[in-house]
Ligand binder design. Structure first.
Ligand code: IMP
Length: 185
């Protein structure tokens, strides 16, 4: 499939600035530190989108923590959910009896996190919560809510802060609106 034309990110409208993101992520880190005071937690990031959110979040959390990553395939380049989710990379370390937080970039249709939540529950963690940088509640196909949400947003396609379009723009520091909503999205 041919790559779409490159749209320079600085031409895209900023939805959340790096400063707004930093403040919000810090606030979530503080909330998690309070909620889990005196305990140890495992953060499980969903590659690749959540990598940057997780790295900032982990540095805002003051309780004992480790992190791990999983990778799933669902969207590919098309930006449109096929509804099919498949695990490509599993966790490296056991989570049985541990307090786990799944860390995601965007909670959209909910298909990815519902699938991952079911899989992680089979490992019998002591508890399982979800942290997402962005939440698009209007797009939900399956009922699932996050315990920690950075920002709730309307149905716009966004890039930056780990989020991509056709693998581009993950390193853009602000969260910006891609200038079109993908067909079927
Ligand atoms: P869902 O909740 O299973 O539909 O999928 C969530 C995943 O879809 C996220 O982890 C993103 O990878 C991707 N996604 C959904 N909306 C956007 C967006 O606006 N920009 C970039 N990726 C998105």
């Amino acid at each position: 499939m041919a790559l779409p034309d490159y749209v320079p990110p600085q031409t895209m409208e900023i939805l959340f600035s790096r400063q707004q993101i930093a403040e919000r992520v810090h606030a979530i880190g503080t909330q998690i530190s309070n909620d889990y005071a005196g305990q140890s937690i495992v953060l499980i990031g969903v590659l690749k989108g959540a990598a940057i959110f997780l790295s900032d979040l982990a540095r805002s959390i003051t309780v004992d923590n480790t992190f791990d990553f999983v990778a799933v395939s669902s969207y590919g380049r098309a930006r449109v959910s096929s509804g099919q989710v498949k695990m490509i990379k599993d966790i490296d370390n056991p989570i049985e009896g541990k307090h786990v937080i799944l860390v995601e970039d965007i909670l959209d249709t909910g298909l990815t996190l519902s699938y991952l939540r079911q899989l992680m529950l089979q490992h019998k963690p002591a508890s399982l919560k979800i942290a997402t940088c962005l939440d698009k509640p209007d797009r939900r196909l399956v009922p699932i809510e996050a315990d920690y949400v950075g920002f709730k947003i309307p149905n716009r396609f966004v890039i930056g802060y780990g989020m991509d379009f056709a693998e581009r723009y993950r390193g853009v520091e602000d969260i910006r609106i891609y200038p079109e909503i993908p067909a079927g999205h």
